[in-house]
Design a protein around this ligand. Structure first.
Ligand SMILES: [Zn+2]
Length: 170
């Protein structure tokens, strides 16, 4: 009997520990299933910097035994469509959960867009979008057949970008 009680005490304590690790939020967004290691890039996309005052929680390399995802909770903030599209480029399997009054009011898988405009700059320095012409960048989103990773094809100069996309985000 005593043993059972102490076990109960222990699991309570574990629960508290989990609460400490990442707290439920009242209103805001939880971005889940972020590709491990991409959370910091996602924060950058969302404009989280020194001047950002909302509460933000990040857990990296969590979930599953291998720690196969990153999670971000951000208070008092919902994402724009453009932010979701940008996150899709880095982490196509992420999910975006909108929290209102502690309840998940919407949960959706990020869908990789078929094309993206004005999010990424072209790798080709001679591309018209990198000239003084005011042309907005536009890419067709495809898949690299060999690596099965995302590839972007510039509609102006046909340059294909497959790696280090984060470095080209505008
Ligand atoms: Zn181009």
């Amino acid at each position: 009997m005593n043993g059972d009680q102490s076990n109960y005490g222990r699991s309570k304590k574990l629960g508290d520990k989990n609460d400490l690790r990442i707290k439920a939020i009242e209103n805001g967004t939880v971005i889940d299933h972020i590709k491990p290691g991409q959370a910091l890039h996602v924060l950058h996309i969302l404009g989280v910097n020194d001047n950002f005052t909302n509460t933000v929680s990040i857990v990296m390399n969590t979930g599953g035994e291998r720690g196969d995802k990153d999670v971000i909770k951000i208070e008092g903030r919902e994402l724009t469509e453009k932010e979701v599209e940008t996150i899709a480029l880095l982490s196509p399997k992420a999910t975006v959960n909108i929290i209102r009054d502690f309840e998940v009011v919407s949960k959706r898988k990020i869908r990789t867009p078929e094309s993206i405009c004005g999010i990424v700059k072209c790798v080709n320095p001679n591309c018209i979008t990198n000239s003084n012409e005011p042309a907005e960048t536009r890419f067709i989103v495809t898949e690299n057949e060999k690596t099965k990773t995302l590839a972007l094809r510039c509609v102006f100069c046909e340059s294909v970008m497959t790696t280090e996309l984060f470095n080209y985000i505008l």
